[in-house]
Ligand binder design. Sequence first.
Ligand code: GLU
Length: 293
Amino acid sequence: MPDTPPVFRFAPSPNGLLHLGHALSALLNHDMAKAANGRFLLRIEDIDQTRCRPEFEAAIFEDLAWLRLDWERPVRRQSEHLDAYASALHRLDALGIVYPSAMTRGEIKAAVTDAEAGGRIWPRDPDGSPLYPGRERELLQIERAALVASGKAYAWRLDMEKAVALLGKDRLTWAENGHGPEGETGTIIANPAAWGDIILSRSDAPSSYHLSVVVDDALQGITHVVRGRDLYQATAVHRLLQQLLGLPEPLYHHHRLVLGPDGRKLSKSNQDTGIAAFRAAGRTPEEIRVLIG
Ligand code: GLU
């Protein structure tokens, strides 16, 4: 059998301008693919149509071309593949591990505040958000059907406890070629339960980041996921979904984040550290490479 080349991807969301952190991610993926005689793909993660804009997508192409990166065409745009995510959701539903959830953000916040008013500390996920406090997973089949038919906005959530139980005694791990926040590297034990009942399909968008990212990485044959350390903990969820859906396991490489002058993670709303701003100021792509080290 001929050797298949490794496949890398850069997967930005067009909900703002790319900053130096994105430049680091894109350059690393591109350079690692080149060094390994591999392929470099670009994927536009635009399922959130309320926040994504065509002008930001155009800016992504412009910034990456200016950085002298070259990617394969056609570019996969998630908004054009919603059926793929719906079918993955159906497969999870057939396993009996998803449920509709109509609890709003405000209701979730109020439930957590209530629970904590009694002195109790409500558990948080690795990003610091309180775990879903609702009990909609306990709804009867007939109540679920009524909710879906009601016309009320609802999301689909994963019943995390059931999902983890389905894996049985097999340890869920991933191979980390980069580093986690505490320097973790090598074989990492995944703990998806730390995220609680995550959303698989949002009430205001036809999928979720977690579901679409694993479906696309598999469909595009991604062998190496190279991305910022802010997504290190999310890998546990991705490995769980890959296992449940019978998808292949890529290698992971989480890289350091580029911090702003205030020592904090860069944000898309800070135009000063945007690639376009550096370009407009007459900086060169080589200077960007030096700047991000
Ligand atoms: N779309 C995600 C972001 O812009 C990145 C997804 C990934 O690399 O897994 O942060």
